[in-house]
Design a protein around this ligand. Structure first.
Ligand code: SAH
Length: 493
């Protein structure tokens, strides 16, 4: 099998990143190859071009659909194929849910060695309207090869920015923000002309990744869906936004909110604007420092009846509708009666901790980002919750130290780690603390399954699993799992 060969294949399976998988036999030696083809779904018959060959598998590019699968749908976004964000948009929503459910199931079985998935997994929780659900957007700013300003997304596996007018999974106000940001940048360009300024050695208003010069790198927006508060944060490669640009930038964003409100009969309020300083040559989007340039330092939003303040640097779940459902499930699995001591590891701004606090005796939260811990403490205050205590630091350092000094046994432990899953030292500490129940909230089923295996080998069984589609149209999936301590007379076979 060689690059550029054309084959006809039928897609029979889906890979972890949403690619279709088919099988072909090598024309030279008859050997069977699995071929991964982006933009295809199970049931497609397609003509594909081989683009990369490995020992036992290959990657292909969709050239032509010979017979489209019944699982297909036409993406609402015409950028769906080039943008890396919505890699399942060409699949019917029902099939997307099935795909995510099976992804979790297969990880639990293959990696987690869980044998009773059919018994413990609940049906997947999808969304009624799987569009315009995200409260957060991060858009890169750049120039195309003609020197024109582009705002949008990185084309798959590259760092060239492609223009986007509207994103079908972001809050609709973003369309207006993009439009006004673009004209603000173009006005600065027109003022003397970019090429003239470049010749005069004046820094470009737009950042260039290759040369690590220029000012504006990204725009980050967040909307409190329940409060209507809008946060705009401009990520810059510099110490500050020069005064001559600051006023016009604030005006541009105000105009965006105004225009959106007028056209959509909405009432979004521009509540907080900041610049984030990121002078590093890195593909990390945010730097560590934010300076407020307008309004408050943070925005507020409700999840259920609790009010949360959210700083630009703090983590906050992106899908408010599903977040509520996920936290409700975590509360159900925690099964609190009111007397329990609970640890919430990787607590962010305390969203889960404070939801649990109302039903527990005491909740401890631990989180690595200082701004998030400040938010968590403030959030406890504004919600009149005084049985929650927060620690800032790495969970795998803070929790073992606390346990060494106190030796107090929590009744329930909740973990909600980033994609890489729980640190092994933390898992070992949880095992020695021996809580009755562990509630594992996960955004990566592979690391969830890996950690479940460790916990299963050390006295815990997964007894309930719920799959939530919090990232509709993408391949990502959120899972909540309840693990219970095996009873004394349990014999592991
Ligand atoms: N439970 C929260 C946050 C979950 S996201 C919510 O639902 O909103 C994971 C969080 O873990 C992030 O806030 C991140 O900053 C934090 N984090 C990452 N590594 C960590 C570590 N080693 N120890 C503690 N917190 C960590």
């Amino acid at each position: 099998m060689v690059k550029n060969e054309i084959y006809e294949i039928e897609i029979v399976d889906m890979g972890n990143d949403g690619e279709g998988i088919g099988h072909v036999s090598d024309r030279q030696n008859g050997k069977s190859f699995a071929v991964f083809v982006k933009d295809t779904v199970i049931g497609d018959k397609a003509r594909i071009r081989i683009v990369k060959v490995k020992k036992t598998y290959a990657y292909g590019r969709l050239e032509e659909l010979i017979c489209p699968s019944a699982e297909r749908t036409t993406p609402v976004c015409d950028k769906a194929r080039s943008c890396g964000g919505c890699s399942l948009m060409h699949m019917s929503y029902e099939k997307q849910l099935e795909y995510k459910y099976n992804k979790v199931k297969s990880c639990l079985e293959r990696i987690g060695c869980v044998t009773d998935t059919d018994k413990i997994m609940e049906p997947p929780h999808g969304m009624e309207t799987p569009y315009f659900y995200r409260n957060k957007m991060q858009l890169p700013v750049g120039r195309n090869k003609d020197g024109n300003i582009v705002i949008g997304f990185y084309a798959g596996h590259t760092h060239s920015v492609i223009n986007l007018e509207r994103c079908y999974i972001g809050h609709p106000v973003n369309e207006y923000i993009i439009k006004h940001l673009r004209s603000w940048l173009e006005d600065i360009d027109a003022d003397g002309g970019f090429s003239v300024k470049a010749k005069a050695g004046v820094q470009d208003i737009v950042y260039n990744e290759e040369t690590h010069t220029g000012l504006v790198r990204h725009i980050l927006t967040r909307v409190g869906f329940a409060t209507g508060e809008l946060m705009v944060c401009l990520v810059i490669n510099g110490e500050c936004l020069p005064d001559k640009y600051k006023a016009s930038f604030i005006e541009a964003m105000q105009a965006a909110a105004r225009e959106y409100n007028h056209e959509a009969s909405a009432s979004i309020r521009l509540a907080s604007m900041s610049v984030n300083i990121n002078k590093e040559k890195t593909n990390k989007i945010l730097g560590n420092k934010c300076i407020t340039i307008y309004g408050k330092d943070c925005i507020e939003d409700y999840i259920g009846s609790n009010l949360f303040r959210i700083s630009p640097l703090s983590f906050y779940q992106v899908n408010p509708v599903q977040t509520k459902a996920i936290y409700d499930k975590a509360i159900e699995y925690a099964d609190l009666k009111g007397n329990e001591v609970v640890w919430d590891m990787y607590c962010g701004i305390g969203t889960i901790s404070l939801s649990l606090a109302k039903k527990a005796k005491k909740v401890y939260g631990v989180e690595i980002i200082p701004e998030a811990i400040n938010d968590a403490r403030e959030n406890a205050k504004i919600n009149n919750i005084n049985n929650a205590e927060f620690f800032c630091g790495k969970a795998e350092v803070v929790v073992p130290e606390f346990y060494k000094q106190n030796l107090s046994r929590p009744d329930v432990v909740v973990v909600d780690p980033p994609r890489k899953g729980c640190d092994i030292t933390l898992l070992e500490t949880i095992i020695s603390m021996s809580p009755d129940r562990i509630v594992y909230v996960s955004c990566d089923p592979a690391t969830l399954a890996r950690d479940i295996k460790i916990l299963s080998e050390n006295g815990y069984s997964p007894i309930k699993v719920s799959v939530f589609d919090a990232f509709c149209q993408s391949t990502h999936v959120e899972t909540v799992c309840k693990l219970a301590r095996k009873t004394k007379d349990y014999v592991d076979v």
